[in-house]
Design a protein. Structure first.
Lengths: 111, 112
């Protein structure tokens, strides 16, 4: 049982390129989340989804796009990457009972 | 919206000592307070949580206390071990009731 997985684990890209980070969970959890983690800021919510085809903005959504066509997948797209989006990105999921389970993270570097 | 403050940002203790990390929250309607441990290169993992109808919860060497009146909650680790060294995050459920708001983290170092 894989639980929640993220791919790629590491990514280097250039300013202006489109990048998609993948998140997959095997629990059929309704809720999925994307956070970014930066030194001095902790974990900040980018977007979340309550169910397939339902998404909502978090604290720092600008520059990101999400979709949720299937319950188990929640991709995060940076349409035109900027250096300020260099960060570690974590996906999480929950059934709605509050406990969130996190993936291993994707370390993204934008040059 | 909800705001969570966490202190201290770094904490160094000797093996066997106790460690205490404190958090305050702003939204009196928050009712769920988890604590996560993050080891280097890994995602955060839940270690203990508490709901607003409970004042204290223990799990072996870890305990969490909640003071709803003062709007603060604390993580207590007793008999610390080197493997307790990690970054610890507190969180509170947001007004919307779906997304967690995290504190900025505490780096705990336990030296033997």
């Amino acid at each position: 049982d894989a639980g929640i997985t993220q791919s790629p684990r590491y990514k280097i890209t250039e300013t202006g390129r489109q990048v998609t980070l993948m998140c997959h969970q095997t629990w059929s959890h309704s809720y999925m989340f994307w956070y970014r983690q930066d030194l001095g800021h902790g974990l900040r919510l980018i977007y979340y989804s309550a169910a397939a085809d339902i998404t909502d903005k978090g604290e720092v959504p600008d520059g990101y796009v999400v979709s949720r066509s299937k319950t188990e997948n929640f991709p995060l797209t940076l349409e035109s990457a900027t250096r300020s989006q260099t960060s570690v990105y974590f996906c999480a999921s929950t059934s709605g009972a509050d406990t969130q389970y996190f993936g291993p993270g994707t370390r993204l570097t934008v040059l | 919206g909800e705001n969570v403050e966490q202190h201290p940002s770094t904490l160094s203790v000797q093996e066997g000592d106790s460690a205490v990390i404190k958090c305050t929250y702003s939204d009196s309607a928050s009712n769920y307070f988890p604590w996560y441990k993050q080891e280097l290169g890994k995602g955060p993992q839940l270690i203990i949580d508490i709901r607003s109808n409970v004042g204290e919860k223990k799990d072996q060497r870890i305990a969490v206390t909640l003071n709803k009146t003062a709007k603060h909650f604390s993580l207590h680790i007793t008999e610390t071990q080197p493997e307790d060294s990690a970054v610890y995050f507190c969180a509170a459920i947001s007004q919307a009731g779906t997304a967690l708001i995290f504190g900025k983290g505490t780096t705990l170092s336990v030296s033997s």
